[in-house]
Design a protein around this ligand. Structure first.
Ligand SMILES: C[S@@+](CC[C@H](N)C(=O)[O-])C[C@H]1O[C@@H](n2cnc3c(N)ncnc32)[C@H](O)[C@@H]1O
Length: 176
């Protein structure tokens, strides 16, 4: 076996182990939103003003890159804890030359979201409970929340749009 093949296999294994360990810590794998879902989320953010947008758990950058391209004059920030997806999304950012996109390898639960206009997320039920607590604790207002698949507990969405896919994925839109 060529040394280059051994290096490739070792790096692939390290990357896979890193993704699995972080997924166990966060409670969700970095599965990207589908193209159809991204289109519905981006559409849901139209007419949301000009303020900063944040994707809570930006994964491989699928949604943040689409948002940063759609809104070149708005600041778009992604928070992601998983190293490999974060590195991949950072490469996407530089290849696409998206100066308005910031990618932080940080826990969004520790982030200051006070000046944010739009929050997007694709989490899991436990993550939505934690997010609800954070929104209340940080007293966030004047913010639009667009959540893929999972609803914010004890909150009434302004709108629910179904993606035209086999799961009829719900996209929940909230205003606070
Ligand atoms: C299902 S993926 C969604 C990726 C992306 N938003 C998209 O729509 O393609 C959820 C991501 O959230 C990240 N995540 C979960 N909890 C997090 C936290 N507290 N801080 C930062 N990232 C987190 C996970 O690592 C995972 O990559």
């Amino acid at each position: 076996m060529l040394i280059i093949e051994i290096i490739f296999i070792v790096f692939t294994l390290i990357a896979a182990v890193s993704i699995v360990i972080t997924s166990m810590k966060t409670g969700i794998s970095p599965s990207p939103s589908s193209g159809k879902t991204v289109r519905v989320i981006v559409e849901a953010t139209e007419n949301s003003g000009t303020g900063p947008m944040v994707d809570l758990g930006s994964g491989w950058g699928t949604l943040v890159v689409a948002l940063a391209k759609k809104y070149p004059h708005r600041q778009v920030t992604g928070y992601e804890l998983s190293l490999v997806p974060w590195l991949f999304s950072s490469i996407r950012k530089y290849v696409s030359g998206l100066d308005n996109l910031i990618l932080n390898r940080l826990d969004f639960m520790d982030a200051d979201l006070s000046d944010v206009s739009v929050l997007t997320c694709y989490l899991f039920p436990g993550g939505m409970v934690s997010l609800k607590d954070k929104l209340g604790r940080d007293n966030l207002s004047d913010v639009i929340i667009v959540s893929s698949t999972f609803a914010l507990p004890e909150s009434n969405p302004v709108k629910v749009v179904r993606v035209k896919d086999i799961y009829r994925t719900p996209i929940y839109l909230y205003r606070r």
